[in-house]
Design a binder for this molecule. Structure first.
Ligand SMILES: NC(=O)c1ccc[n+]([C@@H]2O[C@H](COP(=O)([O-])OP(=O)(O)OC[C@H]3O[C@@H](n4cnc5c(N)ncnc54)[C@H](OP(=O)(O)O)[C@@H]3O)[C@@H](O)[C@H]2O)c1
Length: 316
C-alpha cells in the first residue's frame, strides 16, 4: 500500500527556518494525525509563548537532548513517528548522523528529511570542496553508506530571500539592501539570476513534499519561489518605496577576496560570503526545478510579496 505520512516528529522546529516548517505543518489541511516537536529544555524555557500557541494548535512536545541517543530513541518509541523532519541548526548538522541511524533502527520511522533547506550541495565539480557544505555532505555520505530502511528527502531551497536582502553589519561588501539609507550592494553587474525561496515557502514546499511521498523519496527536491536578478529585486524595492537607491557593485573577484579574508580571520560572516559567492556564480540555476512535481508551483510566493514583507519588517 502507498505510504502516507501521518505521525510527524520535528527536530529544530523552533529555529530560524524550523518555525516556518512547524507552522506550515500545523496549518496543513487535512491535518496530520499527530505532530510532535522534540526540543531542548532551553527552548522550552525561552520560547514559552511560541510553544503555548502551537500546543493550542495541536502540537505535542517532547523534551530532550538531540545529542543523547537515549532521549532520541525514547521519542521515536513514544511517538511512533513514521516521518521525521529535521531542521537543526548548522551547529548540530553532524549530530544527525546518530539521529538518522536511530531512526533507521526504530522500526517505525519510514521517511526522514535531514536538515538542508539551502544550497544544492552536490551541484557541480566545486561542490565537494566548499567549506559550508562539508557537514551536510558527510550526512549524505552516511546515509548512502549505512542507511537501509529509511526513505530520504533533502529539501533544497537555495537562499532565503528574507535573509539574502539584509546586509551583514560586519561584511556589507558581500551584498544586501539597506532600506533606511536607500542603499544596495549587488554582486558583479547585478544581472546574474538567482533562485530564491521565501522562508514562508520553505514551510509550504515542505508540506507539498509531504503530500507527494512517492516522487519525493530518495530525491534532493529543488524548490524555488522565484528566479530573478538582483537588478530586478532592486527595481522592485525602488517601485515599492518610490525611492531611488544608491547602488554599489562588488565584482565577483572582489567577493572571492573578501571570502578568503573572512575565513582567514575566522569571521562568522565567512559562511555567508561563500554561499553568496556560490549563488552569484549560478549555484541555484537548474535545468528544471521540482516545484511542479510536488504541486508547489501553484503556491509559491512572488518577488512582489517577498519585497513587501521585507519592507514591513518581515510581517505580511
Ligand atoms: N538557505 C538559507 O539561506 C539558509 C539560511 C539559514 C539556515 N539555513 C539552513 O537551515 C537549517 C536550519 O538552520 P537554522 O538557522 O534555522 O537553525 P537554528 O535556528 O540555528 O537552530 C535550529 C534548532 O536546532 C536545534 N539545535 C540543537 N543543538 C544545536 C546546536 N548545537 N547548534 C544549533 N542548533 C541546535 C535547536 O533546537 P532545540 O532547542 O529545539 O533542540 C535550534 O533551535 C540548516 O541546515 C541551515 O544550514 C539555510
Amino acid at each position: 500500500m502507498a505510504f502516507t505520512p501521518s505521525r510527524l516528529l520535528i527536530f529544530g522546529g523552533t529555529g530560524n527556518i524550523g518555525q516556518y516548517i512547524t507552522k506550515a505543518i500545523l496549518r496543513a489541511k487535512p491535518a496530520f494525525e499527530s505532530v510532535t516537536l522534540f526540543t531542548s529544555q532551553k527552548t522550552v524555557d525561552t520560547k514559552v509563548d511560541l510553544l503555548k500557541g502551537w500546543k493550542a494548535a495541536g502540537l505535542q512536545v517532547t523534551v530532550g537532548d538531540v545529542g543523547n541517543p537515549k532521549d532520541v530513541a525514547e521519542a521515536f518509541r513514544a511517538t511512533k513517528a513514521d516521518t521525521v523532519v529535521s531542521a537543526v541548526g548548522r551547529g548540530a548538522i553532524d549530530v544527525q548522523v546518530d539521529l538518522i541511524t536511530l531512526a533507521d533502527q526504530s522500526g517505525t520511522v519510514k521517511w526522514f528529511f535531514p536538515s538542508e533547506y539551502g544550497t544544492d550541495i552536490e551541484h557541480n565539480a566545486k561542490s565537494p570542496n566548499e567549506k559550508p557544505h562539508q557537514k551536510k555532505l558527510a550526512v549524505r555520505k552516511h546515509i548512502r553508506d549505512n542507511i537501509k530502511n529509511l526513505k530520504i528527502t533533502y529539501l533544497v531551497t537555495g537562499p532565503y530571500f528574507d535573509m539574502w536582502v539584509n546586509q551583514l553589519g560586519e561584511a556589507e561588501e558581500i551584498g544586501g539592501f539597506n532600506v533606511d539609507k536607500k542603499e544596495a550592494v549587488l554582486i558583479e553587474d547585478g544581472e546574474g539570476k538567482i533562485g530564491f525561496c521565501t522562508m514562508k515557502d520553505v514551510g509550504t514546499s515542505l508540506v507539498a513534499a509531504l503530500r507527494h511521498p512517492e516522487v519525493s523519496f530518495g530525491k534532493a527536491l529543488k524548490v524555488q519561489s522565484f528566479i530573478v536578478t538582483p537588478n530586478q529585486i532592486l527595481a522592485e524595492y525602488e517601485k515599492q518605496t518610490g525611492s531611488k537607491f544608491q547602488v554599489k557593485y562588488t565584482p565577483l573577484d572582489k567577493l572571492r577576496m573578501y571570502e578568503t579574508e573572512l575565513w582567514d580571520k575566522g569571521a562568522p560572516a565567512a559562511t555567508a560570503a561563500t554561499l553568496r559567492r556560490i549563488w552569484a556564480e549560478g549555484g541555484t540555476l537548474y535545468e528544471k526545478n521540482d516545484n511542479e512535481l510536488i504541486g508547489f508551483d501553484k503556491e509559491a510566493e512572488s518577488l512582489e510579496t517577498a519585497v513587501r514583507r521585507a519592507l514591513h519588517g518581515g510581517k505580511d
